[in-house]
Design a protein around this ligand. Structure first.
Ligand SMILES: O=C(O)CCC(=O)C(=O)O
Length: 285
């Protein structure tokens, strides 16, 4: 396992966070990169409040996972911004859309959707290894996630792990649920998708990369990068991760068999550009 230090590569001008060419290059090569100090304290407070609101009164797409050992809580939800204007403000007006535009080199950025992964202290549930794009009703080369850390994140609290370069494999793994959940049923089987091997049992066969994060740091990762996470084995730290997914110029709607029905749209047909209230254009503003 490799942990690569990338410190101090972000710069800020006029309130806009800039990503360095080294980090863009690392993301293109490895499929994931940590970006330090992206989300400032004011926005972190907005996110923390929004997360508590969703835990107390979950939005419509809530899917909690049953704790593996009966302890802790794994709270999941998608499309939270649609019913929480403050989180919507962050997704549209926070630092991330400009970062996505820089990474894509695109004129346009759409907000695809947002997702919560909160593992309370003592939650042993792993996040299974997977790549994201097979789950999503979208296709294109410019599709990116930013996983924002609300807490200090280490391997023992559930840091994300990525397989270096796996975004270039072009292997579409069959989506599976992340555990026993009341949120949604099994995913349809797509004959063109591949069953994911037991990566956890054969970890030494892969080049796994990971980084500790501080609150306000993010993992940026490609939609095809294979990734997963351990449980939160700490008793004293929460692991609140908030992921926002953005697309660039070339993304279009695409409902392949096996994609998550909760992420589909009532107003798009396959091949449509995403631009809409559902997938708003956030760059240009
Ligand atoms: O936070 C986690 O455990 C999983 C995150 C993830 O899979 C994602 O953001 O795509």
């Amino acid at each position: 396992m490799v942990s690569i230090e990338r410190e101090g590569t972000m710069s800020q001008q006029s309130g806009i966070v800039n990503v360095s060419s080294e980090d863009i290059e690392a993301l293109r090569r490895d499929g994931a990169v940590p970006l330090r100090g992206v989300v400032g304290d004011d926005w972190l407070a907005v996110l923390a409040d929004g997360i508590e609101r969703d835990i107390e009164n979950p939005g419509p797409w809530f899917h909690g996972y049953v704790p593996d050992n009966g302890l802790g809580r794994f709270h999941g939800n998608v499309r939270i911004w649609e019913t929480d204007p403050e989180l919507g403000r962050f997704c549209a007006e926070g630092p991330l859309p400009a970062l996505a535009a820089q990474v894509f080199g695109s004129a346009k950025v759409n907000l695809f959707y947002d997702q919560l992964f909160v593992k309370e202290p003592g939650t042993e549930n792993r996040t299974r290894w997977h790549n994201d794009l097979p789950y999503w009703p979208v296709r294109g080369s410019q599709i990116l996630s930013f996983w924002v850390a609300l807490d200090p994140v280490t391997l023992d609290s559930g840091a994300l792990e990525f397989i270096r370069g796996s975004h270039l494999w072009n292997i579409w793994y069959q989506p599976e649920t992340f555990g026993k959940t009341t949120g949604h049923g099994a995913y349809e089987r797509n004959p063109d998708y591949v069953e994911i091997p037991d990566i956890e049992a054969t970890r030494d066969d892969y080049e796994i990369i990971t980084w500790d994060l501080e609150p306000g740091d993010v993992y940026a990762f490609h939609a095809m990068t294979v990734h997963g996470a351990g449980g939160n084995h700490r008793s004293d730290v929460r692991r609140r991760g908030y992921t926002i997914r953005y697309t660039g110029d070339d993304a279009v709607y695409d409902t392949r068999v096996g994609t998550n029905k909760n992420l589909r749209s009532d107003v798009h047909a396959d091949g449509d550009l995403l631009d809409s209230d559902r997938f708003p254009v956030v760059i240009p503003r």
